[in-house]
Ligand binder design. Structure first.
Ligand code: ANZ
Ligand code: ZN
Length: 879
């Protein structure tokens, strides 16, 4: 091919983008239960990286494929546009977050266009747009009404110099300190502030149970969510507290009630009410509580108090500690310490010199030295009075029955969702703080609360925006201050898939009727790093929206696909590793083809220049085949057996590629395309091709590759004078029955391998003739009898029971014995006449490869050569 005829997507992309746009190929006029194909929308960082390209190539190929199959396809794109990096960039570049974000969006949209992604841009949404984020504020109000919003104290990072709260991401490492302020390098402390929460824990059980029904989600993601929700069955036990005034009891949660006689202390978290009460008259406790809340204290540090707790089962008194390893918001914020049987309790007891008392003995395992290592397994009770000798589980039941102070209980690891962020570039929380009325919601008709203009400042820019902050109370009209916290950006992404359905709707966040029709999203594609936060939040949000009456659907996503990582030099591509390949380095379409053909979407793969160039070559090959067709190309009208062979291979390819597209196995679809392209090339070289067969083959190739390389698909389709755009063409279908294709292919491949083996072993370089002899009919009958027989049938008797086999005599007897031996490995074969037809059609492949005559025939009676032939494995004679 001369260089002038080389295919380059760069040259043609503008034309096709323009044409797709003009024809509105990707626009969905009305949303009437379309196939909803969605990629996780990107954070607006400025450029697309290889992970984006892979993510969006997967959804784009599927959307295009389904569209060609005749579906209405919704394939939208938008921008996750709020977030801290925009503020950082604004500081570094002396601009403001909005201008920076807008510039990023323009650039990313253009890159997406270059990559040929077919989005319905009429539905583009941008989360930093007030028309979008006003609905976050609306939901905040609705959720509040539903009892799903809480305002409570929480521990936050605090920079004493900037006098501001810092998000975790704003706490960075410096040369000589672990946690310092990103802006002023001051070591960061902790502070307790009132913060806003969404009550996701109300849904813990439902979110957990729902996972069982998500059959089209990767099991790994479901397992991560299960662990994150962390359901624990156990008991809440009330311990009495001696010598304290306000508290006469404390509840602890335990999963191991059977160990209660081994409780040698009770510990509460520094935030526990009891800790606070004790701190009032105990300076040591007060100091520890203070330390634990403002600094990072050692993991198993703690302080002994002068209170003691009474074990409700033994009546024994044990010391009460305040300990940082007991978490505030897990269970009841208090534990019974059983150092002999719990890792963390053991570490604490060792550190604090608390006694360790073994009350469970291992049954099958070798006992450990309990002083140095806890025994955490189930076993048999000892030193537990009347419970001695019981197995752990039986003891738990008995103790629950016997102990009035203990009741069955369930806790979850899942915490409520803290949505307050002390930063500028996010959705303002629609609240006004009034001295008289406390926090008051901004009325619905005053939404959106819009962000004021950005000011360069230390701390939270919103606090400097006096016009924003100073307002009046919606309830009493007195001067009041606006909430300066903004929402976590995960709120924005928790419902964006609903906004795409009615992006311009003014009266509501989305059209409930349309949403009920359309949801769940059919296919959602994104990275596994979102296994918990985002993918749990959308499940929570959907349920919460259902409960406030906006939706009937409770589960947002039908099928979830997590794309694997693109590696380079064995590691994930990243700027810090300096191993990034830009999506444009090798041409956009080559990159697309490569990322889809390198591996299954869920698998990681290594970026290699060699594999990229093979993707490039495939494009050239496909384009070249179509480009070489001219008015003068010679064709044949007559139909030969080998035309039919090729025609059937085209059908087989269509069937296989279609199945691969359905299963997102693009890499295998591309392999099929490669093989067919090779076969068509061989066919054209072998003989003047039949016009209908050859043209159909090229037309099929154009359509099969179009979802993966859309520009190339259009170019091929155009040169072939296909009707309309390939993006809107009908997906090809096989002309013939394809159910036996796998068998056919295996028989042909076996024959070709056998001929190669024989010529190799016998060192035949230029054979005069290859004779292929199909087994006699009775062998097919015998094979059929064998395959239909039961495991236990005696085959020889069964086969020889037929008159026809009796007539054959000894050869039938020994073939039957052979079938008996191989019974387990018998593979499907074709009837004799069909195998003959198949090999007659395929004979040209041998003719072409060995440049000689090939004769295919059926066996004659008593023929020596035919004696070796079996169904599916003809005898071969090479001279
Ligand atoms: C006594 C006990 C004895 C426990 C024993 C375990 C083993 P896991 O272990 O993850 O299943 N726990 C309860 N509330 C806590 C809090 N606020 N902070 C830290 N730990 C807390 O979780 C259940 C166990 O976690 C509970 O059972 C409790 O310790 C601890 F041989 O109680 B267990
Ligand atoms: Zn007020």
């Amino acid at each position: 091919m001369s260089p002038a005829n080389r295919y380059s997507s760069q040259v043609v992309q503008e034309y096709w983008q323009y044409t797709w746009d003009r024809e509105g190929v990707y626009e969905l006029a009305s949303v009437d239960d379309p196939t909803y194909v969605l990629g996780m929308f990107p954070y607006t960082s400025g450029t697309l990286h290889m992970g984006h390209v892979r993510n969006y190539a997967i959804t784009d190929a599927y959307a295009r494929y389904r569209r060609m199959c005749g579906d209405d396809v919704l394939h939208p794109m938008g921008w996750d546009a709020f977030g801290l990096p925009a503020e950082n960039a604004a500081h570094e570049r002396y601009t403001d977050p909005k201008s920076w974000t807008d510039a990023c969006i323009d650039q990313m949209r253009e890159e997406m266009d270059t990559l040929g992604f077919g989005y319905d841009w009429e539905r583009e949404i941008t989360t930093c747009d007030p028309d979008y984020y006003r609905w976050n504020q609306y939901f905040f109000r609705q959720f509040h009404e539903e009892g799903l919003v809480e305002y409570k104290a929480a521990d936050v990072n605090w920079c004493p110099d900037c006098e501001t709260v810092l998000a975790d991401a704003q706490v960075v490492e410096s040369d000589d300190h672990d946690g310092v302020c990103w802006r002023c390098d001051t070591p960061v402390g902790r502070r307790e502030l009132d913060q806003w929460f969404f009550s996701i824990t109300d849904y813990a059980e439902e979110l957990l149970e729902g996972l069982d029904d998500l059959a089209d989600w990767p099991e790994s993601v479901r397992e991560i969510q299960r662990n994150w929700i962390g359901r624990r069955e156990g008991a809440t036990v009330t311990f009495g507290i001696a010598d304290d005034t306000d508290h006469d009891e404390v509840d602890v949660f335990t999963t191991r009630l059977d160990t209660i006689c081994g409780a040698t202390y009770l510990a509460v978290s520094p935030g526990h009410d009891l800790a606070r009460t004790l701190a009032e008259h105990d300076d040591e406790v007060a100091a520890y509580v203070d330390d634990a809340r403002t600094d990072d204290v050692a993991e198993f540090s703690g302080v002994e108090t002068d209170a003691t707790a009474v074990n409700p089962v033994t009546g024994e008194e044990v010391p009460v500690y305040v300990a940082a390893y007991v978490l505030d918001d897990v269970g009841t914020g208090a534990v019974m310490g059983v150092p002999a049987h719990n890792e963390r309790d053991h570490a604490f007891a060792t550190e604090q010199g608390v006694p360790i008392e073994q009350v469970i003995e291992p049954i099958d395992e070798t006992p450990t030295d309990i002083e140095t290592e806890p025994f955490t397994g189930q076993g048999m009770l000892t030193k537990s009075g009347e419970y001695d000798g019981l197995a752990s589980s039986a003891a738990r039941e008995r103790l629950l029955d016997d102990t009035e102070a203990a009741r069955e209980d369930v806790t979850y690891r899942l915490r409520d969702w803290l949505i307050s962020r002390q930063r500028y570039w996010g959705t303002p929380i629609p609240v006004v703080h009034c001295e008289e009325c406390g926090p008051v919601l901004v009325p619905e008709d005053e939404l959106p609360v819009e962000l004021p203009e950005f000011v360069q400042s230390r701390g939270n820019p919103l606090e400097q925006a006096e016009e924003f902050v100073e307002t009046t109370c919606p309830d009493c009209g007195e001067p009041a201050r606006r909430e300066t916290d903004t929402m976590d950006t995960f709120v924005d992404s928790s419902w964006y898939f609903l906004r795409y359905l009615s992006p311009d709707l003014d009266s509501a966040a989305f059209d409930s009727e349309v949403a009920n029709e359309t949801l769940p999203v059919d296919v959602y594609v994104g990275g596994e790093e979102h296994a918990v936060l985002h993918l749990l939040y959308i499940r929570f949000f959907t349920r919460a929206l259902a409960d406030i009456g906006e939706l009937d659907v409770r589960e947002p996503v039908q099928k979830l696909l997590n794309q694997g990582t693109v590696l380079h030099s064995g590691e994930k591509m990243s700027k810090t590793k300096d191993n990034v390949v830009s999506p444009h380095e090798y041409g956009a379409e080559t990159t697309r083809l490569f990322v889809l053909s390198a591996a299954h979407p869920e698998q990681d793969f290594e970026w290699t220049a060699r594999d990229v160039s093979s993707s490039y070559d495939l494009q050239q090959q496909l384009f070249g085949m179509v480009d070489a067709l001219t008015e003068r190309t010679a064709f044949r009208e007559s139909e030969e057996p080998h035309d039919e062979y090729v025609a059937r291979e085209i059908d087989r390819t269509v069937a296989a590629a279609t199945e691969h597209y359905e299963g997102f196995r693009y890499h295998r679809a591309v392999s099929e395309i490669r093989v067919l392209a090779g076969l068509l090339g061989q066919y054209r070289e072998f003989d003047t091709p039949n016009e209908a067969v050859y043209r159909r083959g090229l037309g099929v190739l154009a359509r099969l590759i179009a979802p993966i390389t859309p520009y190339l698909g259009e170019e091929m389709w155009n040169l072939l004078r296909g009707e309309g755009l390939v993006a809107e063409a009908d997906w090809p279908e096989p002309d013939t029955d394809t159910s036996r294709f796998e068998t056919e292919r295996r028989i042909v491949e076996t024959l070709r391998d056998d001929v190669r083996d024989i010529t190799d072993v016998a060192s035949i370089t230029n054979p005069d003739e290859i004779e292929v002899v199909i087994a006699p009919d009775w062998k097919y009958d015998a094979h059929e009898i064998a395959q239909a027989a039961d495991e236990t049938d005696a085959l020889v008797g069964k086969i020889m029971g037929h008159d026809q086999m009796q007539a054959v005599g000894e050869p039938a007897q020994s073939y039957a014995a052979e079938l008996q031996d191989r019974k387990r490995e018998l593979r499907p074969v074709l009837p004799g006449d069909e195998e003959y037809d198949l090999l007659t059609r395929a004979a040209w492949l041998l003719r072409d490869e060995f440049e000689t005559d090939v004769i295919v025939r059926r066996a004659e009676t008593d023929e020596d050569l035919a004696a070796k032939a079996k169904p599916g494995k003809p005898a071969i004679h090479i001279s």
